[in-house]
Design a protein around this ligand. Structure first.
Ligand code: GLY
Ligand code: MN
Ligand code: MN
Length: 441
């Protein structure tokens, strides 16, 4: 997709955002929506700034991720306005003058110092819903994040516009390009660090731009769910490789995981293939009206079926689920909402007025408890791992007989398996955003 195509979709996106803002402001009793892009933070006792992370509410409106001290202002019935900070600065690269598909849809005010925004914000700060972090306060414009406004906007952010879907497909395209390069580096015997570098080079993004820190684990490291150490020396022998890495496209994230076996490790390869087949079936279950909690519980049964087939589990999947043994092998949630943030907001929201849908008991890490509806994009990321700490708990709880420990010893050196795609819920069949990119590559 090229820039012209994004432009064609953007006007409808802005219309939707204006409609959502109209309703959110009405619910909160405010006249204006005011969204700071955020500011730079400095490290304690130092003049080094932390990597800048744009306010997600700001980048919902604009494909801009690198303009701190800027603001979006929306007043119902008026064109949205952006106050665009383009400082005179010879120490740093300053943002380019406004350009791109968004400029035709905004009134644009350029400011050269952060304080100049004050004169351009609405007259009465008390009439504004100001969405941001405390550090973005400017004069009387202190972020108030009114709950009725936040509840409404967060809830509706789950329903992606066609423009957002197009950008998320672009994030898939970039991420898969990186995954291909990473697999090639693994096959060539690279270290975790070298694989990470190959990934970044292929995507054209570094750690500050990627949507989250790359998880690149060789052998046993695949069992550390958020392993981000990046070893400098490849282990010998190489047995397995798990990579969980995404890419950003104009502020939208992808979040993709693949697991590979080194040549000659046929039984682990067969287990990867079994999880891959199951993962695709789970993805096909993303349909309007389906309760994501149920998909998660079904995933437990499916994965335990695989462990039974491979001789790791000695009891039925149902028994493993009931005793909590399955949670030792699959100790995270099936997935989450994704979009402007990798773990996008409102995964537990009961409605656009607030409230919370709790997780099922015994599943403390599930991040999404809503029912699926068209427009939602979720990850589907089943995994099985061999994690001693969790397996020891199984023994302590008196369920050691559920497991064939010689099979655990066999698979432990591979760490684990996770496979993760993004799936769009539609009016009909699930639309897997990730797989078509791998098919092309
Ligand atoms: N990469 C973090 C996750 O999969 O949720
Ligand atoms: Mn992931
Ligand atoms: Mn994920």
């Amino acid at each position: 997709m090229n820039q012209t195509d994004f432009a064609a979709l953007y006007s409808q996106h802005v219309r939707v955002l204006c409609q959502r803002a109209d309703e959110a402001l009405a619910r909160g009793g405010f006249d204006h929506l005011v969204i700071p892009s955020g500011t730079l933070y400095y490290q304690a006792f130092d003049d080094r700034d932390y990597p800048y992370a744009v306010n997600p509410n700001f980048k919902a409106w604009l494909p801009l991720t690198k303009v701190p001290n800027s603001w979006v202002v929306y007043t119902p019935g008026q064109r949205p306005k952006v106050i665009f900070h383009q400082p005179f600065d010879y120490w740093h690269v300053v943002p380019d003058a406004p350009n791109g598909w968004w400029v035709a849809h905004f009134d644009i005010e350029i400011i050269r110092t952060a304080d100049e925004a004050l004169a351009l914000l609405p007259r009465d700060a008390s009439r504004c819903a100001i969405l941001g972090e405390p550090q973005s306060a400017l004069g009387g414009f202190v972020p108030n994040n009114p709950e009725p406004v936040i509840h409404y906007l967060d809830w509706h952010r789950a329903y992606k516009t066609p423009y957002e879907i197009a950008l998320m497909r672009e994030a898939q395209r970039l991420g898969v390009r990186g995954h291909r390069a990473a697999e090639a580096a693994f096959r060539a015997g690279a270290s975790e660090f070298e694989i990470h570098m190959a990934y970044c080079r292929a995507v054209g993004q570094d750690a500050n731009e990627l949507p989250y820190g790359n998880i690149i684990g060789l052998n046993e490291h695949a069992a550390v769910l958020h392993y981000t150490d990046l070893g400098r020396t490849p282990p010998q022998p190489l047995r397995s490789f798990l990579i969980d890495a995404g890419a950003s496209a104009f502020g939208y994230a992808s979040d993709i995981t693949r697991t590979y076996a080194a040549g000659g490790h046929d039984e682990f390869q067969a287990m990867i293939e079994a999880v891959d087949v199951a993962q695709q079936q789970m993805g096909a279950g993303v349909r309007a009206g389906v309760d994501y909690k149920q998909l998660h519980v079904d995933a437990h049964l499916s994965l335990m079926g695989i462990l039974k087939d491979f001789g790791v589990l000695k009891v039925s999947p149902e028994a493993a689920l009931a005793t909590g043994v399955s949670a030792a092998f699959f100790p995270h949630g099936l997935g989450h909402l994704i979009g402007l943030q990798v773990h996008d907001v409102a995964g537990f929201a009961a409605s656009d007025k607030g409230g919370r849908v709790e997780r099922p008991e015994g599943h403390p890490y599930l991040r999404l408890t809503r029912s699926l509806e068209p427009g939602m994009v979720v990850t589907i990321e089943p995994g099985v791992y061999f994690i001693d700490m969790l397996l020891d708990e199984v023994k302590q709880r008196g369920h050691a007989d559920s497991i064939d420990w010689t099979r655990v010893d066999f698979f432990r050196p591979y760490g684990g398996i996770r496979i993760e795609d993004e799936v769009l819920c539609t009016e009909g069949d699930a639309d897997n955003l990730t797989r078509p990119e791998f098919a092309k590559a």
